[in-house]
Each structure stands twice: as C-alpha cells, then as structure tokens.
Design a protein around this ligand. Structure first.
Ligand SMILES: O=C(O)CCC(=O)C(=O)O
Ligand SMILES: [Fe+2]
Length: 358
C-alpha cells in the first residue's frame, strides 16, 4: 500500500495522529505533519481527502459494473441475495434502508461483510464479482489498518473471516431519478438519494464517481436540545436515555466536490465518542442533483466502514444533568456520547440497524 495512515493514541481529550508514510519508509517529520493535517481536517470539518493511496480507479469501476449487473437481474433472482440482518451481508434494495422517512430514497447497495466466494452472487448471475470485490476490500482494510497496542488497536478483526468485527465494504448504486414533473404529480414521491445521517462506525473511507450530490453538514449550523427520558421514574443510568431535538432549522450544507482519485475520510460516531467529540461525527447526505441532465445520470460509490471489534468497550461518559422528565418524541441522535445504556460496539451497531433497516 503506497499510503497508510492510522490513529496513534486517544487518551481523554488528547488525540494524536500518526501516519505510516509512503512505501514503508516514513520520516518522522512527514508523519507528524500529515498527522497534524489529518487531525485539523477531521476536527474542523469531519472530513479529509486522501490522495496517492494506491487504489487504482479501474478497481472501483469494476465493482461499480458488478453492482450494475446485480441490480439489472430479475427481482426474483435478486431476492436470493438480499441482506442477511444478522451478518449485514447482501443486497439492500431501495426502501429497505431509510435515513429520511419523509422521502423516497433511491439507492441500491451491496454490503460486504464476508469475503468468502460463497457469500457472493453466483458466477452466472454476476461474473467475477468476488474477483473484483475481494482485492478492493483488502486494499481498503489495509488503508484503514490501525496499529495494535493502542486504544484503537481493538480494530484488529476488520473483515476477518471469523467474524467478531462489523466492518463492511458497501457498494452503492443510485439509479437515475424520475423527472421533476413526476414528483409534482405523485403525492409523496419526493425523491432523495440518501437521507442525512452520521455513520455508526469509527470512520468511513469513501470513493465516489464524478456525479456529485454528496453534502456535509457544517458544524454548529444548528442547535440541539438534549432531553433525558426516564423510563421507570428512577434516575439510574439503566433507566435513562438521552435524545436530541432540533431547536431551529438553520442547518447549512456544503457540497463535497469531486477530486479525481481521492478517497474521503469521514469521522464516524465511535471516533466522536472516543474523542469526546473533539472529532465530531460527520453528518452527510446525498441529494438529487438539479437539472434534467444530472438527474438522468446514475451515481456510484464505494464506502468502507471501519468498525471496532464487537467486544470493544465503549468509553464511559459523565452523567448529564436531568433536563426534562417528560421528553418530546426523539428525532435524531447525532452521536453516541450520551447513550449511557450502550455497552459495547456490537450493541451500538444493532441499535442503529434497528433504526434504519426495514
Ligand atoms: O453515497 C455516498 O456518497 C454516501 C453513502 C453513505 O453515506 C452511506 O452509505 O452511509
Ligand atoms: Fe454514510
């Protein structure tokens, strides 16, 4: 791998980044400088771009084509490859996973959590799928590799066959969007590609084609009120849950431009949690581009979600002041920090899957 980066240490609020440099001969000064740049980017914007990472564009194009072939199969044939809710592996058809329930999300994805050939569609349905996807998954795993002997060394099991780690590579296909006229005629058919959310992992690596539409929410562009829900009337941690309610609608979004060949690093909820929000989780979405020409074009991307091992213990957080005994309905939980009842990484992920998968 031409370029490999990692987080070195997270101790309380003191987060230091290091980077393994290029081609296995890192110079300390380079390591320090790039680490500082990465930290500045993730703390300021929640997002960084990696270039010279060594993953050829052809590898991405090959899996985009494989996903197109899978999506083009008859519905009955695709049904045998549907996502398994336990392993999270498999095909997710439009509507199965919703981030924004007020809109119709036009998105197909194929989640890969197992690299065994048997976990992929049959060769006659999608030829060469594992031959393309497995090497790419190895590349992205290596790019995400975290060193042992640190707090984040609990990421050792990424995409290992024995399970125990929820990391996944997801291939995404966004089909062309029907013309705007259709939206006006059909009552509720307001389309989007991917509703706003933060990823429930440590961080995400994202390679996208040049179609555009990815947007990130600017930090501090809206205010949230935390409400504490007490389930049984007793103020013990086990009975308390915290939800956020948006106070005003002034959220601001910024389009992420396309830098050819770049891989985005997006901060996930667990990194936000580990760093007590020094590196906030990046809230992002994919909107339908404006104009008939752009709407009529499909979009592809590959996301690699780097998760800790399932039994990784999540950090303990200070107890919050009780703000209100009778909360309004929960709307959105921007990051994990205030979820006292979660015990480990697997609990966190299962909760988030319940929220988004039908
Ligand atoms: O398509 C994209 O650019 C983002 C997809 C995404 O955010 C996700 O699958 O979690
Ligand atoms: Fe995401």
């Amino acid at each position: 791998m031409a370029f490999q980066w990692f987080l070195e240490q997270v101790i309380g609020n003191d987060v230091r980044f290091a980077i393994a440099g290029t081609d296995g001969c890192p110079m300390k000064s380079v390591v320090r400088r790039i680490g500082q740049q990465l930290f500045a980017a993730l703390s300021g914007k929640g997002l960084a771009m990696l270039v010279n990472h060594g993953i050829a564009d052809e590898k991405l194009k090959a899996v985009y084509a494989d996903l197109d072939n899978l999506c083009a199969l008859p519905e009955g044939c695709k049904a045998q490859y549907l996502r398994n809710p336990v392993s999270n592996h498999g095909y997710v058809q439009p509507g199965m996973e919703q981030f924004d329930t007020t809109k119709q999300e036009l998105r197909h994805s194929y989640n890969i959590t197992s690299l065994s050939a048997a976990a992929f569609p049959a060769q006659e349905d999608v030829p060469q799928f594992p031959q393309h996807a497995v090497p790419l998954a190895h590349d992205l795993t290596n790019l995400s590799r975290l060193p042992p002997a640190t707090l984040l060394g609990c990421h050792a099991g990424m995409l290992r066959s024995e399970g125990g780690n929820a990391s996944s590579m997801r291939l995404l296909y966004y089909p062309p969007v029907p013309p705007e006229d259709d939206e006006r005629h059909e009552h509720h058919a307001t389309y989007t590609r991917c509703g706003a959310h933060a990823d429930c992992c440590t961080f995400t690596l994202l390679a996208q084609d040049s179609e555009g539409g990815l947007e990130v929410k600017l930090n501090g562009s809206e205010k949230w009120q935390a409400y504490v829900c007490i389930h049984t009337g007793q103020h013990t941690l086990a009975n308390v849950d915290v939800h956020y309610v948006k106070l005003n609608g002034s959220e601001k979004w910024q389009a992420v431009g396309h830098l050819p060949g770049a891989i985005l690093v997006q901060t996930g909820e667990l990194l936000a949690s580990w760093t007590t929000n020094l590196l906030p989780a990046l809230v992002h979405r994919v909107v339908v581009p404006s104009g008939a020409y752009a709407r009529a074009r499909a979009r592809h991307c590959v996301a690699f979600f780097c998760h800790p091992d399932n039994d990784a213990t999540l950090p303990k957080f200070p107890q919050l002041p009780i703000l209100a005994p009778a909360p309004p309905p929960p709307i959105f939980t921007p990051h994990l920090t205030l979820h006292h009842r979660l015990l480990n990484a697997a609990h966190h992920l299962q909760k988030r899957f319940r929220e988004t998968y039908a």
